[in-house]
Design a protein around this ligand. Structure first.
Ligand code: ATP
Ligand code: PH2
Length: 178
């Protein structure tokens, strides 16, 4: 393993992608010391190169959604959303998110399985992408109250690019006011 990867950094030093873009990052944890892990991961985001942390929502607790639906027997999640302004290109930012997950013991065993830390790139400016390695905006964000609720709490006017306002999306979900 290269020294940079061993230190949890992508192998190629970052190059600026142009003007800073607002990126929305969802964080989730349902194993280990969840609150500590989330707080450390947010601090990690603030230390990324060419990136500044704009806001982080108060974490919320939610039942684990598994491939079989909500699972009351699975460890509950803490979820939050952070906003950053970054000049890292989207794929590079995702690489750093994976490195942060790795530093906090993330293991990839099963889809939607329990995890010490999950970081999803929900949106990056207005960028739309259908590359399997990076779909933007995140294709399941609109149906996740554990993403929309903390996002709304720090940006009531938020928009999921190409989809709609976060307030409207949240209102259309169970527990919303549509
Ligand atoms: N917007 C995105 N944010 C994070 N990962 C993404 C995104 N789009 C595609 N991916 C890809 O999805 C793969 C699986 O990611 P991950 O392990 O976080 O999935 P998951 O958390 O189990 O499920 P979900 O994607 O529904 O949250 C990653 O390897 C990554 O390349
Ligand atoms: N409550 C909750 N459930 C989930 C979550 C999550 O962050 N919170 N993440 C998942 C895969 O990303 C699958 N299920």
């Amino acid at each position: 393993m290269s020294r940079r990867l061993a230190e949890g950094m992508p192998p190629t030093p970052p190059r600026a992608a142009g003007p800073a873009q607002r990126a929305v990052i969802a964080l989730g944890a349902n194993l280990g010391e969840r609150a500590d892990t989330i707080a450390e991961a947010i601090a990690d985001l603030g230390r990324l190169p060419m990136t500044s942390l704009v806001a982080a929502a108060e974490p919320i607790e939610s039942v684990a959604i598994t491939l079989g639906g909500p699972d009351a027997d699975a460890p509950r999640y803490l979820n939050t959303v952070a906003l950053v302004d970054t000049r890292l290109a989207p794929s590079l930012l995702l690489g750093y998110l994976h490195a942060i997950e790795g530093r906090h013991g993330r293991e990839r065993r099963e889809r939607w399985g329990s995890r010490t830390l999950d970081l999803d790139l929900i949106a990056y400016g207005d960028v739309r992408s259908n590359e399997p390695a990076l779909v933007l905006p995140h294709p399941r964000a609109a149906e996740r109250d554990f993403v929309l609720d903390p996002w709304l709490s720090i940006d009531p006017d938020a928009v999921l690019p190409g989809v709609g306002t976060v307030a409207d999306l949240r209102a259309a979900l169970p527990g919303g006011t549509a």
